[in-house]
Write a protein that binds this ligand. Sequence first.
Ligand SMILES: [Zn+2]
Length: 127
Amino acid sequence: MNNQAASIIANKLEVLSKSKFRSSFHLRKKELAYLNDKGYNVIKDHAKDFILNKLAPANPLNDGAQTPMKNHPVFIAQHATATCCRSCLAKWHHIPKGRELTSNEQNYIVALIMEWLKRENKRAVNK
Ligand SMILES: [Zn+2]
């Protein structure tokens, strides 16, 4: 990730942190353990997969309900970063509904999720 992308992501996380709803999502013990057990590279592959299959299509299946509220750290990160469905993507990230996500958009979403997970992990360690 270059500096510009890193600062876009940092700014977006700052905006999201001001939302009471978005900032209410945190990893539970089980999800933290899974994250640290698998490691960031594997979790990143899972994130890419979820985004590609459940979010990237022009009309994702069950859009609005495709991201569970628990059990995988990426699911929690998606709710925390408003990348859980196409409506949230449109509202928070200005990515229009009704068309396929570009690979740049998918990379941005994955990078945002991974940065949230890293911060959340640090937060849990320091708690
Ligand atoms: Zn959503």
